[in-house]
Write a protein that binds this ligand. Structure first.
Ligand code: F0G
Length: 361
């Protein structure tokens, strides 16, 4: 009998078994991923002129969407007798692979660009006891090396999204969105880095339609950071740069999947600036109460940009917030800091409180 996650969240393998590759019960490695909230965002909706919902994937066990695919990839690795896995990562894949490897009892190697992964993600890897290898190169170099390691060593499973099991697991988010809304949304906006997630969502929506649960599928709206936007410019970036470290990728492995999603859905893939990303992150935290990491705000940043240009999608719109804000404390701390302490007196406290404007609404 595989490990159970009791309570409300059964994990995506048990919830969507018929839609996923076959996994023997005893091989299932789950932490109760999936079933993340779809949160209505009325104030942002007003700005867009559409009804916006936020799919908060930061509520997964390792605090990003990666867990949906990782449960499938690690369970299949166990089923085929793997004793170790490897991945390249900008941080979240590493955190998720570390957690699920600990759950599964196998060794995990993560290859990351030195100094370029957010603090919280590095801490997660260390906490789970995975082997972290920092390379003097970027994510794209890390991915090439990890692929070669998996090919040449043979007994090490590659758990990046070039592993089809990852995409299979991640597509379950589309099913949840359709189930929660009672129909597919009219548009879905999300950040694009290595392009596995947009590929997975589109596959999910197509399968939902093919199964006869809906007649429609959403327009897929993908957003890259301007300094790392190979799918927008049409050429790879040698030295991608963005504050959104999770999507600092110059040569997306699932490029074809992303372009097909855009084409087939009548959608788009465009870029947003770092400033637009940070503004959207702040707006989500302050006006919707949802704290996501910078990369995760790229979808909303893109929607706001489209709205400013009179091109906002209409109807029911979902933006995927891919990872939790706590993963990247440095980005917030570089823009704000804790105030000086005051004496522990009523007067000092009320003095400070009187200087603060009450929140509108
Ligand atoms: N948002 C976050 C928070 C991510 O961590 C990633 C990718 C993406 C969006 C983009 O998803 O690559 O499927 O297009 N992070 C990977 C990692 C690359 O290593 O954690 P994608």
């Amino acid at each position: 009998m595989g490990v159970q996650a009791l309570g409300g969240r059964r994990g995506v393998i048990r919830k969507y078994r018929d839609w996923l590759p076959e996994i023997p019960e005893e091989a299932i490695a789950t932490l109760g991923e999936g079933d993340t909230p779809l949160i209505e965002a009325p104030r942002l909706s007003e700005k867009l002129g559409a009804r916006l919902y936020l799919k908060f994937e930061g509520m997964n066990p390792s605090a990003s969407f990666k867990d949906r695919g990782m449960t499938v990839a690690l369970s299949r690795a166990i089923a085929t007798g793997s004793r170790a896995c490897v991945c390249a990562s900008t941080g979240n894949t590493a955190a998720s692979a570390s957690a699920y490897s600990a759950r599964a009892g196998i060794t995990c190697f993560v290859v990351v660009p030195v100094g370029k992964i957010a603090l919280g993600k590095a801490v997660q890897v260390l906490a789970h006891g995975a082997k972290i290898i920092q390379i003097e190169g970027n994510f794209d170099a890390a991915l090439k090396l990890s692929q070669r390691v998996a090919e040449e060593l043979g007994n090490v499973s590659l758990v990046n999204s070039v592993n089809p099991d990852r995409i299979e697991g991640q597509k379950t988010a589309s099913f949840e969105v359709c189930e929660a809304l009672g129909r597919p949304p009219d548009a879905l906006a999300l950040p694009v880095g290595n392009a596995g997630n947009i590929t997975a969502y589109w596959r999910g929506f197509k399968e939902w339609r093919e199964a006869g649960y809906a007649d429609t599928a959403p327009r897929m709206l993908g957003f890259q950071a301007e300094g790392a936007s190979p799918l927008v410019t049409g050429h790879d970036f040698e030295s991608p740069e963005t504050v959104a470290s999770a999507i600092r990728i110059g040569a997306p492995a699932s490029k074809e999947g992303a372009l097909a999603a855009m084409r087939e859905s009548g959608g788009l893939i465009e870029s947003v600036t770092d400033e637009e990303i940070l503004e959207a992150q702040a707006m989500l935290a302050r006006e919707a109460g949802v704290f996501c990491e910078p990369a995760s705000a790229a979808g909303v940043a893109g929607l706001l940009k489209l709205a400013r240009e009179g091109r906002a999608p209409e109807g029911l719109v979902v933006s995927v917030l891919t990872g939790h804000g706590l993963k990247d404390p440095d980005t917030i701390l570089s823009r704000t800091s804790l105030p000086e302490p005051v004496p522990a007196t009523f007067e000092a406290l009320t003095g400070v409180m009187q200087r603060v404007e009450p929140a509108a609404g």
